[in-house]
Write a protein that binds this ligand. Structure first.
Ligand SMILES: [Zn+2]
Length: 510
């Protein structure tokens, strides 16, 4: 077999058996790696082989971002951008400006503020939103994705009044008069989203297109597409785009827990699909975010009770479906371990999403139950600061426990949780995981968690994640070698020059 493309004279790190040792040549044919090595790879050159002289440029496998809210992020382009706002007035100004582009009666959304960045240090009140939205139903989402403020029209559309009870796993904020103030926490967020007209297929597709532009520009060639709720249409949107040849990133699509029955009735098992789009894990929330994580010491919000979780994991497992459980606090992670153990399903690689506070006893259980920890390495940075607010100090060594988990034998996959982290660039997280004073890991381990880790989580470790022969030719090229030099690289600004998916260029130029 002859190569279609040979990348020559580069610094190519396959992250396979050769680890971080660079090789100079890589041959590609049929969308896969044909060979890697030294000059001898040129022997695969045929009359139609394209040879690209890399002139010392660096090559790595494409990143696999195992947990990113692709459609949610994509839809933010249709919402008012509230990132960086410093006060309630600024939120109102941006909503007012954004509303000029909306049709009469169309719902308005705003996304990206954080309460702790507002000078008022509180959420806006619904009546403040009313001042600029009028009768139009509107809500704004905090960047973490666990809190929302709705205006009066949106609350009315959802039938939320002073008499409405808190839903299980959620809370309706109230003011001094016991009336709803607009704040909706955790599962209560859905009360307004459920009555909002769903975004059209066209909009979802446009959202995916804009999200994938950002992802590939950061060297990401595979993504675990996380969902917040029963967006059955997302799978349709990915498939439509893939059929039209417009999908440029491989998608492992999460299915919200509401779809468990439909998926199992259809006979869909985890991994159903092809190399571009596949149906992934069933997504469920165990605890909340921020100060609402479920700790063994008590407190937190249980969005799914232990009993419900056990039932769900058992049903999913018997249908051959992997479960991806949002679990941040140790009590939530423990509940997921209990559920997997009760289901006797160690072969399905059940996932703990975030896995933020994981003490050694749970690390050992995750390992023995064959589970995967899907983590955001950047959390090791802000988590150590935030932990003093949200978590007892004694839990700090258990926070972002990358090293402990890996030593215990747990497979770790890294991810961005876009748009919770507004830029999915993996490099800052890779560095944080290496440089973390408490639970630091090797550079190779960190890179593998952002490449092969995600492939393992989606049962594709034989297909992608390294640049060994036979693997998909998903790769990224850097002008300067990100792994060399004197440490003065600006990780936030590090961008690949070119990205190939199955040997085909999807970003930049070679
Ligand atoms: Zn998420």
């Amino acid at each position: 077999m002859r190569a279609e493309l040979i990348l020559a004279r580069g610094r190519i790190r396959t992250l396979g058996r050769a680890g971080l040792n660079p090789q100079s040549h890589l041959a590609i044919a049929g969308g896969k790696v044909l060979a890697s090595g030294g000059r001898e790879v040129m022997g695969l050159r045929g009359p139609r082989t394209r040879v690209v002289d890399l002139g010392g440029s660096a090559v790595l496998p494409g990143f696999n971002d195992a947990h990113a809210h692709v459609v949610y992020y994509g839809l933010t382009r249709f919402a008012a951008d509230l990132s960086g706002v410093r006060g309630v007035d600024e939120i109102l100004e941006r909503l007012q400006e954004h509303s000029k582009g909306l049709k009469p009666g169309e719902w308005q959304q705003g996304m990206g503020y954080r309460t702790d960045e507002l000078t008022e240090l509180r959420q806006p009140h619904r009546t403040e939103l009313d001042r600029v939205t009028g009768d139009r139903p509107a809500y704004i989402d905090e960047r973490g994705g666990h809190a929302r403020v709705a205006n009066s029209a949106a609350l009315a559309a959802a039938g939320i009044s002073g008499d409405t009870q808190n839903p299980p796993g959620g809370r309706i904020g109230r003011d001094m008069n016991r009336l709803p103030n607009g704040l909706l926490l955790e599962s209560a967020m859905r009360m307004v989203a459920d009555v909002q007209p769903p975004p059209s297929l066209k909009r979802r597709i446009e959202g995916i297109v804009s999200a994938q532009e950002l992802l590939v520009s950061r060297g990401i060639t595979s993504v675990g597409a996380a969902v917040n709720r029963g967006f059955a249409d997302d799978l349709r949107a990915y498939e439509r785009l893939a059929c039209d040849g417009g999908l440029r990133v491989r998608v492992n699509e999460f299915l919200s827990w509401e779809l468990l029955e439909a998926a199992s009735d259809l006979g869909i098992r985890t991994g159903f699909g092809g190399p571009m789009v596949r149906a992934g894990p069933i997504k469920v929330f165990v605890d909340g975010g921020a100060e609402r994580v479920a700790m063994r010491g008590g407190g937190g919000v249980w969005r799914t009770t232990r009993e419900e979780l056990r039932d769900l994991v058992a049903r999913a497992s018997s249908a051959g479906l992997q479960v991806a459980a949002h679990a941040i606090g140790d009590a939530a992670i423990e509940a997921m371990c209990d559920a997997v153990e009760a289901a006797g399903a160690t072969h399905l690689r059940h996932r703990v999403e975030h896995c933020t506070i994981c003490p050694p006893d749970l690390q050992a259980r995750l390992a023995s139950l064959g589970m995967v920890a899907v983590m955001q390495p950047i959390a090791a940075r802000f988590g150590r600061v935030a932990s003093s607010i949200f978590f007892p100090v004694r839990d700090r060594k258990d926070l972002a426990a990358h090293r402990g988990l890996m030593r215990a034998g747990v497979r770790v996959a890294f991810s961005s949780d876009l748009p919770v982290i507004p830029d999915p660039n993996p490099w800052p997280g890779i560095r944080v995981a290496v440089e973390d004073q408490v639970n630091g890991v090797s550079l190779l381990a960190s890179l593998r968690a952002y490449t092969a880790g995600g492939a393992y989580a989606s049962f594709e470790e034989d297909v992608k994640g390294t640049l060994e022969p036979g693997m998909l030719a998903d790769l990224q090229v850097y002008n300067e070698d990100p792994l060399e030099g004197d440490g003065d690289v600006a990780w936030e600004e590090l961008r690949p020059r070119a990205v190939l998916l199955g040997g085909v260029r999807v970003f930049g130029s070679l």
